[in-house]
Design a protein around this ligand. Structure first.
Ligand SMILES: NC(=O)c1ccc[n+]([C@@H]2O[C@H](COP(=O)([O-])OP(=O)(O)OC[C@H]3O[C@@H](n4cnc5c(N)ncnc54)[C@H](OP(=O)(O)O)[C@@H]3O)[C@@H](O)[C@H]2O)c1
Length: 312
């Protein structure tokens, strides 16, 4: 179990990303029933953090999670959600004002059918609100017991420093993976120094690091992966080569490549909780096994070295 920043929230080092649970605005052909099963499978497999957001289905992900958790002991797992998207006359604008954040927390609590949020993240920074004022509003909600830990997401280092002026930020969520390693230089030194937890998103690089792609793969014309630089040309080929090079190590452990990659994050001292997403319950079940994989220091380094060229 790990602690989230300076808060009393404790959870497993592997959580469940739920942007494909009710995130119909992000992925095609999602079924509500599958989404609910994904969440239940996660909790049944020993995963103790659910990572969601208003933005995943504009509240629908939270609603499905609210349904899925009804027969589970609420103290047995933690819910992290996010808000900042203010929908006015059908248009979305990013809003970090104290009034908006207070309302966003109240609305999330209602959709999730719960009395408290273990973590509430400001999902994106807005242009105008001083970040320490936004965090001060969340700190009041923390004092009231409505949230247990304060998070920010997609903040630059300067925005994070402003948000953390009074040392109240517990956790930062940002993109980081074996092939997107910018946070190692930009964020990690500050996070370490200030006891702020780190939760990377896209840890499997949207499936690319699971080892299921070969260089020959062709995606349908309208597939969103065609717009993702990781899936294009030489970069895609280099990533597939690097993933292929660690497959023998997965075989040695008798685990999948995805489990091996997730075990690397679990051993990474700068990663607090890794939150792979899933489209099917079987993926969650398999990913959860990473919690019991033990990598030696040499094996950790071997994986790190295989992706060394993605460090810059
Ligand atoms: N704070 C933010 O701004 C932000 C932004 C993005 C995401 N997030 C959070 O981070 C979480 C993780 O990101 P993500 O889900 O987009 O990407 P990800 O974790 O890198 O990749 C997840 C995808 O990989 C595939 N997959 C997962 N397990 C697999 C397995 N065992 N075998 C084969 N394929 C597997 C599935 O897609 P396919 O089956 O389609 O291949 C799944 O949807 C999200 O769910 C969300 O909670 C936060």
């Amino acid at each position: 179990m790990v602690k989230i920043g300076k808060s009393n929230v404790e959870t497993t080092q592997l959580g469940l990303g739920t942007n494909a649970v009710g995130g119909n605005n992000l992925f095609p052909n999602l079924k509500d029933e599958t989404g609910i099963q994904i969440v239940k499978t996660g909790l049944d497999s020993g995963i103790k953090m659910l990572d969601t957001a208003f933005a995943y289905g504009m509240g629908h992900s939270e609603e499905l999670i609210g349904k899925a958790i009804q027969n589970y002991d609420r103290k047995g797992f933690v819910i992290a959600t996010k808000g900042a998207q203010d929908v006015v006359n059908g248009n979305v604008r990013i809003n970090n004002s104290p009034e908006f954040l207070r309302q966003a927390v109240a609305d999330s609590l209602e959709r999730l059918h719960t009395d408290y949020l273990d973590v509430f993240y400001i999902h994106f920074p807005d242009k105008n609100t001083p970040k320490d004022k936004a965090v001060a509003a969340l700190n009041e909600l923390k004092q009231q017991g409505k949230i247990k830990a304060i998070g920010v997401s997609n903040f630059s280092l300067d925005q994070l420093k402003e948000a953390n002026k009074n040392n109240q930020v517990d956790v930062d969520e940002d993109q980081y993976s074996l092939i997107h390693r910018g946070a190692e230089k930009t964020l990690f030194p500050y996070l370490r120094e200030h006891n702020i937890s780190f939760v990377p998103f896209f840890p499997l690089a949207s499936g690319l690091l699971t080892g299921k792609y070969s260089k020959e793969v062709k995606f349908p014309k309208d597939d969103i992966r065609n717009g993702n630089p990781d899936f294009q040309g030489k970069r895609f080929e280099k990533i597939v080569d690097a993933v292929d090079s660690i497959k023998p190590l997965a075989k040695k452990h008798g685990i999948t490549t995805a489990e091996l990659v997730l075990a690397w994050y679990i051993k990474n001292p700068d990663v607090t909780v890794v939150i792979p997403g899933a489209k099917r319950p079987e993926q969650v079940k398999s990913n959860a096994k990473a919690l019991s994989v033990k990598l030696s220091d040499d094996e950790y380094k071997q994986i790190d070295d295989a992706f060394a060229e993605f460090k810059d």
